[in-house]
Design a protein around this ligand. Structure first.
Ligand code: ZN
Length: 141
């Protein structure tokens, strides 16, 4: 195991143990549920949109460390973004993890890069993209 893998593992564990934006937002925030039956991951996302901007976002859930850490990282990354940028970031993350495309993540985009090691384990990839697929549903009109 390389030093970088160790560092990434620590970042994932940190998000799992200290999830960011954990909780529920009151209506009129949108609520969306996501599930990954393969692993048993569950996710409930609240998104407060104002004039196309993700003003606030929170999640609750249970499941493996990858799914919960990924949700925490996703909320941290997209909070304050407009819908279009959030969906573009989703595409970027998904292309990196699903298609093994080389992508650079900026500081503002958070710790997403730490999850990319998961692409070596196809079963866990679904855990990592659950948060993003649920966000996409939540942002639909
Ligand atoms: Zn999982």
């Amino acid at each position: 195991m390389s030093l970088r893998d160790d560092l990434y593992k620590e970042v994932i564990l940190d998000h799992y143990e200290n999830p960011r934006n954990f909780g529920v937002l009151n209506p009129p925030a949108r609520q969306e549920k996501g599930m990954n039956p393969l692993c048993g991951d569950e996710l409930e996302l609240s998104v407060e949109l104002e004039a196309g901007i993700i003003k606030d976002i929170m999640f609750q859930g249970k499941g493996c460390s990858i799914s919960q850490a990924s949700s925490s990282m996703m909320t941290e990354a997209v909070k304050g973004m407009d819908k279009k940028s959030a969906l573009a970031l989703m595409q970027k993350f998904k292309s990196a993890i699903l298609e093994d495309k080389e992508q650079e993540f900026t500081e503002e985009e958070g710790d997403l890069e730490a999850l990319l090691g998961v692409k070596k384990y196809p079963v866990r990839v679904k855990c990592a993209v659950l948060a993003w697929n649920t966000l996409e549903k939540a942002l639909e009109e």
